[in-house]
Design a protein around this ligand. Sequence first.
Ligand SMILES: Cc1cc2nc3c(=O)[nH]c(=O)nc-3n(C[C@H](O)[C@H](O)[C@H](O)COP(=O)(O)OP(=O)(O)OC[C@H]3O[C@@H](n4cnc5c(N)ncnc54)[C@H](O)[C@@H]3O)c2cc1C
Length: 376
Amino acid sequence: MRRIVVVGGSIAALTAAESLRAEGFDGQVTVLSEEPHQPYSRVPLSKGVLAGREPAESALLPAPGEDIEFRTGARAVRLDARGRTVALADGAEVPYDGLVVATGARARRLTGGADLVVRTLDDAEALASRLATARSAIVLGGGFLGMEVATTCRALGLEVTVVDLVPPLLRLLGPWLADLAVEAARDHGIRVRVAPDGVTMVGEHRVRCGESVLEADVIVCAVGDVPNTEWLRDSGLPLDAGGGLIADACCRVAPGVVAAGDVVSRQGRRTPHWTNAVEQGRAAAVGLLRGASARPYRPDPYFWTEQSGLDIKISGELPLTGAPDILAGSVSDRSVLLQWHHDGGTATAVAVNHRLPVIKLKRLGAGVPAPAPARA
Ligand SMILES: Cc1cc2nc3c(=O)[nH]c(=O)nc-3n(C[C@H](O)[C@H](O)[C@H](O)COP(=O)(O)OP(=O)(O)OC[C@H]3O[C@@H](n4cnc5c(N)ncnc54)[C@H](O)[C@@H]3O)c2cc1C
């Protein structure tokens, strides 16, 4: 292989590109990113950057090495997998011997495009400037992102209502942990509303929930994401019903093509978390260079969220059923280390406002028994 092209401009793409070098690939590595910016992390966009506590520059990722060509404003619009070329929006054709697809996902929108979302740096800056003069906000969607945005709006002094379709909010967590987080949100002054019949946006400032209409200065949509695979539609690469790109255990999609990050569908689901994008970016590079002899990738189920005064770190599969073992701390203090055991011997470990090195949390999440408390 002489030239590897990576399509995508964020953490999975960057990690894959750097990993190709770390694995000894000495041909050309070209990263094609549609965004005008240098690569950055999305994680602070709903937190410190949106709140104005951290400058936008703090989200920038370390620049790629000089032996990696990183092109901004390069949007892939078509893939010819047989001819091994990527067509760009400006008409250019970029040939490759190996391809990494890391085009991630974009925010799902409820209207044609006017709704405010938080996916890109530009989104976060646009929303931050609207929040600066707003007194109230409605956040549509009570998942991790929606609750983080609601927390930030609250910290800025806005009245905030989160609207979701079905209780409990944060249902991905399972009822026990979701209850803890929603109670913390209410204590933070965030109103929570369930709209089982759906939500319709009525203009810029109003939403209809069943019979009633809610109004706010700003309405933010946090209703999920959509994988960026439209450019692959005619390529013959396998897409699932939700548009996710189907990859095998070694991140391979087709001969000479691997994929990593939020765009990937594996065993019928995507894993849209930072750590997975990093680990899968590495695994995809190895999968491209070593083929079937690469070690199969096991998704890293570690992620974190910061909301309503809770710093929640999770290692293990979701959702969580039943009540957990309490390994340390106390639930009433909202500072606690928890472990759920699943059928088949697996486990999920959760630290809520509890300091524990990630490696130890991951060990608990892998089902390794917690050490017995030291005797006095
Ligand atoms: C606001 C926010 C907060 C988050 N907070 C957390 C958190 O606290 N913890 C956590 O674990 N995870 C968090 N995440 C999730 C995490 O950021 C994602 O899992 C991660 O960004 C995925 O990386 P990726 O490189 O796969 O995809 P993306 O970050 O989506 O990047 C894909 C890149 O590809 C580019 N691209 C798309 N289509 C094309 C094309 N056709 N041609 C060229 N380039 C293209 C896009 O512009 C983008 O730059 C958060 C996400 C958001 C949006």
